[in-house]
Every structure is written in C-alpha cells, then in structure tokens.
Design a protein around this ligand. Structure first.
Ligand code: SAH
Length: 215
C-alpha cells in the first residue's frame, strides 16, 4: 500500500462533497502523491484541502482549486495543455497523469529545477522552462487548454492568441488580494467568458501581468 493512501481517499471525498464530479480529475488526483510536492514540515498536512508553502513566497495550490480549474478545462486526456506557474509541479503532474501533453513555465528558476526532479520521479514527459509565462510559449502553440495558476491583473493577450479553436483558458483575474476565476473559450475569432468568484492566488508577475515586486 502506498503511503497516505487513506488520507488521499479522504481528500477525494472532500473534493466530491465540494462539488467536483469529473471522474478523470478525481482519478488523477487520487493517484498523484501530493506529499512529494510539499516541503518536509508539511508532509503530514499534504492531503488537507489547503494551499501550503513551497518556498520562494509561493504556494502549492489548494486541492479544491486544482480540481476546480482542471475540471473547468473539460479535458478528455489527449489535449495539449500549457500551464503558466509550475510552482511545485503538482498541477502539471495531475494534467500529465490524465494523459495530456503538458508544457509548463515558471519564472522562479529554483522551482523549475525542483519541479523537473518531480517529473523525472513520476517518469512523465513534461516540457518545462524558466521564464515569463505571461507571453505564453509560441513555439508550441496552439494549445487546446491553458491554465494559469497565479492571479493576473487582466487576461494576457498572447494567451488568448495561443489558444486553439474550441480551446479553453482558465485564469484568475483581479487585484493582488482577491481574484475571480475567468474561463475563456475560443470559437474561431470569438471569445466567450465566464467568471467564478471566491479564489485567491499568488500574483502573476511579468510583461503582460503585475510588475516585478523587486525580488
Ligand atoms: N501550479 C502550481 C502552483 C504554483 S503558485 C502548483 O501546482 O504547485 C503560482 C506560481 O506562478 C508561482 O510559483 C510563481 O512563481 C509563478 N509565476 C508568477 N508569475 C509568473 C509568470 N509570469 N510566469 C511564470 N510563472 C509565474
């Protein structure tokens, strides 16, 4: 039996109670070992439904947030997905475990290095790079889905442009303290947008996002 099997199953129950219904998302999250992605002092809290510190003032997103955003993308498991904000690598591993081809960008280089070790550990082929994801990753565009895991002041135009026809983008948009989750769908040259409130993320810092806070 894998470590924390019971705790992981309990986390899945909590996600279901909170309204997560997508079986593909639930299956991936019940198999990915979140305790590998958190810092040592927090290992015993890895399956609580809360965000936890991963160093560099960043956090691994709350399981409910990961589940909600992933579910919003309506993935079948064969899509090409761009993630902006690799952080611990947990969200990228969840997407790859669902079968997606994942491309992920992180501006904090030590986090990129750590996430890559996790990708190797799980034997997953995930393309990753250090840099500003607010400009997207044009070499590999278009993407069937784009997920931004840090809060932006508005939707970066390049991310909309790098969305495939029929593709979906999920991104927190708001001020630095509180954001709404925007779900954007592209149909040809048209974009439709839906907003869901009540989420909180660390800031997206970059060319098409918040200015660098000097760190
Ligand atoms: N998806 C992550 C959550 C990380 S928190 C996980 O599963 O653990 C959001 C991350 O976005 C932080 O690590 C932060 O450094 C990063 N970030 C902020 N602005 C960015 C930008 N412009 N480009 C790429 N990454 C960015």
């Amino acid at each position: 039996m894998k470590r924390f099997e019971t705790e992981r199953a309990e986390m899945i129950e909590v996600l279901k109670q909170k309204g997560i219904w997508d079986e593909r998302v639930l299956a991936a999250m019940s198999s990915v070992e979140r305790h590998f992605f958190v810092d040592a002092p927090f290992v015993n809290r890895a399956y609580e439904d809360s965000a936890l510190p991963i160093g560099h003032e960043q956090t691994i997103s709350q399981p409910y947030t990961v589940a909600f955003m992933t579910q919003a993308l309506e993935l079948k498991g064969n899509e090409k997905v761009l993630e902006v904000g690799t952080g611990s690598g947990y969200q990228a591993v969840v997407l790859a475990t669902m079968g997606c081809r994942v491309f992920t960008i992180e501006r904090r280089l030590p986090l990129v290095a750590r996430a890559r070790k996790m990708f190797d550990h799980f034997n997953l082929h995930i393309a990753s790079k250090g840099g500003d994801g607010s400009v997207g990753w044009s070499e590999f565009a278009p993407f069937d889905a784009i997920i931004v895991t840090a809060g932006a002041p508005n939707i970066p135009q390049p991310l909309k442009e790098q969305l495939a026809d029929g593709g979906k983008l999920v991104i927190p948009v708001g001020d630095r303290d509180i954001q709404k989750l925007s779900v954007v769908r592209r149909l040809g040259s048209q974009f439709t947008q839906q907003e869901i409130s009540g989420f909180k993320f660390v800031p997206l810092v970059g060319k098409n996002a918040w200015a660098n806070e000097g760190k």
